[in-house]
Write a protein that binds this ligand. Sequence first.
Ligand code: ARG
Length: 399
Amino acid sequence: MADRVVLAYSGGLDTSVGIGWLKDATGKDVVALAVDVGQGGEDMDDIRQRALDCGAVESIVVDAKDEFAANFLMPALKANAMYQKTYPLVSALSRPLIARHLARVAKELGADSVAHGCTGKGNDQVRFEAAVAALAPDLKSIAPVRDLALTRDKAIIYAEERGLPIRQSAKSPYSIDKNVWGRAVETGFLEDPWNAPIEDLYEYTQDPSVLQDADEVVITFSQGIPTAIDGAAVTPLQAVEQLNLLAGKHGVGRIDVVEDRLVGIKSREVYEAPGAIALIAAHEALESLTLERDLGRYKRGVEADWANLVYDGLWFSGLKRSLDVFIDDTQKYVSGEIRLKLQGGRAVVTGQKSEQSLYDFSLATYDTGDTFDQSLSKGFIEIWSLPSKISAKRDLRQQ
Ligand code: ARG
């Protein structure tokens, strides 16, 4: 039996041609693996069949939507994860999950390699291969587009010559990656950062400048995880899906950023992530209510580290594992309800409550019922400013 390679298959031109291209170049039989992370669009069965029609010896589809939401999106939500404070890691979160399925299938079928359709210029190649290396150090990673010189023009000629059943859909000028956490759009006219995005780019969000009647939604969290929307119980996947629709309708979560890729290139990226942005806004508010000051402050640094690690393809790493333990521990009291108002591209927190709240009305109020002894502040400030006072006196002596 020939050696086998398991290819992360999307159903698109590059990975469809990649099947034959890989076989020709390496002599390995190609197993196609399509992972459903909520990208929507084509029927997964059609994708499965196309891989066979393009020459795969086996074609596997995995519905990983719930796994993705529970094990990848919820940790990202607990970490309020935003790369460069703006990008909720849409693609960065799906790669380690896909890589884990690649490694699992490779092991089950006795394959010695895995393959993906990434170019040599982006982050996704790093994420796939770093994840595979961490999970199955003996597997080899092959990237036909990068390592076997499969260009788009060659792919089209190859597909035509072999009569491959490629849907030559109206060729999009953009490179798009999407899943239930959001959608990433790059290339085409966006490569000039001076060019404003156009309405055509968006799929998950409606134009926020077309004002709709505001919607209010109440999200219930239990230990950092959304468990109900407007009182109706939801799974993590349902929470994200429902908020994509609700917040998407108001154009929440459109992002336009020049981003620092791991490979050193700056690239212009447009994202839309309505559910993610609404959930993170709500979750952050609930943390403000329930985390003590030092813990919240320290966690914000950990969040940035977590986002950098995940962006950089180190999902399966010792540091990421340890940060997850810390973050999980912080979520013990992050339970309660947040009310969001959705309108005009914004998800605004308009109400917050929690059984575990640290907000104490009798301490905070300026009205009667105040239990805070203001006379204590005088001495506190004396001692608090003592180091400043002493060093300021020295500064004056030096002049
Ligand atoms: N720049 C983003 C990231 O690195 C999005 C990548 C999207 N991938 C794609 N093939 N269009 O996470």
